[in-house]
Ligand binder design. Structure first.
Ligand SMILES: [Zn+2]
Length: 293
């Protein structure tokens, strides 16, 4: 439904600015993207049930408060909620959501009380990492730059393709091909553009996955550092956390490196657990990347 409206809008832009339509489409994409990110904390509560986390998990509240204090996210205990996710998923999650007055901590009921508290603290530490390190704005900026070049290149390639093959494929009428300067001003050229963009996003996917894996790794490091000193064995807790994640999401315990490179937006559970097991910047009195101790 929304997709149809977006398509119509894009088609209108192509008609309106036949030569620089890709720039127009890019400009329209930006606020849509930002809206998607900022609206979700308001949409999410409409479809889910919450209760105060302290109602049945007072101990966990106290432990998460320690992580909150160490990470400086400044969220009071009465802004921690248990979300009923068990009807929809087996997954594990504990994260910061919303902005300003709506800022809160959400722990899924698949997680609190189902996995050990130190693992919940680690999952929450990882998610806090995304929040503290501004991964969402950074990802949006990266996407903006990436889409700019994707649209520009796609439009160029689509124009070239429509000119060369349009008549043969029956996409352009003879009059269309005469106006070689603006081949995509026409409804028909739009089909070529869609084709080219879907082709290009195939190539873009592994690139954006590589970005995402970089941020996930950074959040893993942050999460491990965030619980250091709060749990008895930082490395062991993190490894247990990744094993629990792998089981909850039924992830392939040993994916081929190519599949991981091409399709995974997180490093595989195996890669993450191997890193966690040996990550110990505190030995010999050192400290990690994000915390002074
Ligand atoms: Zn993450």
């Amino acid at each position: 439904m929304l997709g149809t409206w977006v398509m119509l809008l894009f088609q209108w832009i192509v008609k309106k600015w036949p030569r620089r339509y890709w720039l127009g489409i890019w400009l329209v994409t930006m606020p849509l993207m930002v809206l998607g990110v900022f609206v979700s904390p308001w949409i999410e509560p409409l479809f889910n049930k919450y209760e105060p986390l302290s109602k049945n998990h007072a101990g966990l509240v106290a432990e998460l408060e320690q992580v909150v204090e160490r990470t400086g996210t400044n969220i009071p205990a009465d802004r921690m909620f248990l979300m009923k996710a068990s009807e929809k998923t087996n997954g594990l999650n504990a994260y910061v959501s919303g902005l300003g007055a709506t800022k809160r901590i959400v722990v899924w009921d698949t997680t609190a009380g189902r996995v050990p508290d130190d693992v919940v603290m680690f999952v929450f530490g990882h998610e806090s990492g995304h929040y503290v390190l501004n991964h969402i704005p950074k990802e949006m900026a990266g996407m903006a730059v990436g889409l700019f070049f994707l649209y520009w290149a796609s439009a160029g390639f689509a124009g070239w393709l429509a000119q060369r093959k349009g008549a043969k494929w029956g996409l352009l009428t003879p009059e269309d091909s005469v106006e070689a300067s603006a081949p995509l001003a026409h409804r028909t050229g739009f089909v070529v553009l869609l084709f080219v963009v879907s082709l290009a996003s195939l190539i873009v996917e592994p690139a954006s996955n590589a970005f995402s894996r970089h941020f996930e790794h950074e959040a893993d490091v942050y999460g491990q550092e965030a619980i250091h000193g709060l749990v008895p064995d930082t490395q062991k807790t993190a490894v247990n956390g990744f094993n629990a994640l792998g089981e909850a999401y039924l992830e392939d315990p040993n994916p081929s490196p190519f599949i991981e490179f091409w399709e995974y937006n997180h490093p595989s559970v195996k890669t993450r657990a191997e890193f966690a097991a040996q990550y110990n910047p505190w030995k010999n009195g050192g400290h990690g990347r994000f915390f002074a101790q």
